[in-house]
Design a protein around this ligand. Structure first.
Ligand SMILES: [Zn+2]
Length: 240
């Protein structure tokens, strides 16, 4: 027993010595990079990180992954966009897209959804909500389910159809300061000679009929699932 105890004591001493030695090879205080520094590291800027260690010339490849629903990105927008929006919007977004937080909507064009004769919404602004980074269920036969960054891409495509509908309808009522009215009763769908341009009052100009404002937007969603997968920061995985 005495011999066994000696062996154990020796082992413990050796272990502590190794431990002290090992600790001595690392900085006493590990100062983490600031959140902003981490957030500005983009996949294209991934570089080998060289570490001082007992083994000389050791280098490892590291990748920074954004916290999907965090807000450590450098955006100065209000509300501060989630990281998924900040990053996805660089890949397949729109310069006029704005993150707007929680909603049952995936996205909207405020100049259409919230049109009024006194509104100040940009005609090209696209508001994007949290469901846009989730799952997009197809509304058309043969449509594909898209998820994550691919769902986001479809939302941007969809909303840009509404932006274009506004642009085209406004050409019919150039005498109206805020353009063709949407989601409003009574509407302003008359030309300069008081001719009714929307006789069934469905917001679709008669000259477009048969036409569905939403159908056209859904039909345009043509993103293939995983089309943007390699552009996702979590490649070869998918961040969602
Ligand atoms: Zn729509």
């Amino acid at each position: 027993m005495k011999r066994l105890a000696t062996v154990i004591l020796c082992f413990l001493f050796l272990l502590s010595a190794v431990s002290v030695w090992a600790q001595g090879k690392y900085p006493k205080d590990q100062k983490p990079a600031s959140r902003k520094e981490l957030a500005t590291v983009k996949p294209a800027e991934r570089q080998p990180l060289h570490l001082e260690s007992a083994a000389a010339n050791t280098s490892i490849q590291i990748k920074f992954y954004y916290q999907r629903t965090g807000t450590q990105n450098p955006s100065s927008a209000t509300p501060k966009p989630k990281n998924w929006f900040y990053y996805f919007n660089q890949v397949c977004g729109d310069v006029d897209a704005l993150y707007k937080g929680a909603s049952t909507y995936y996205g909207c064009v405020p100049a259409m959804l919230y049109w009024s004769a006194t509104m100040t919404h940009s005609k090209t602004a696209i508001w994007v909500y949290d469901p846009a980074q989730g799952t997009n269920t197809p509304h058309t036969v043969g449509g594909v389910v898209t998820t994550g960054i691919d769902c986001f891409a479809d939302v941007i495509i969809h909303e840009n159809v509404h932006v274009d509908q506004i642009r085209r309808a406004d050409l019919l009522v150039t005498h109206e300061a805020k353009g063709w009215s949407w989601n409003t009763t009574p509407n302003n769908h008359y030309d300069g000679s008081s001719n009714d341009l929307d006789t069934n009052d469905n917001d679709v100009p008669d000259s477009w009929e048969p036409y569905g404002l939403e159908d056209a937007a859904y039909d345009a969603e043509n993103t293939a699932e995983d089309a943007y997968k390699t552009k996702d920061w979590a490649n070869p995985g998918k961040q969602y």
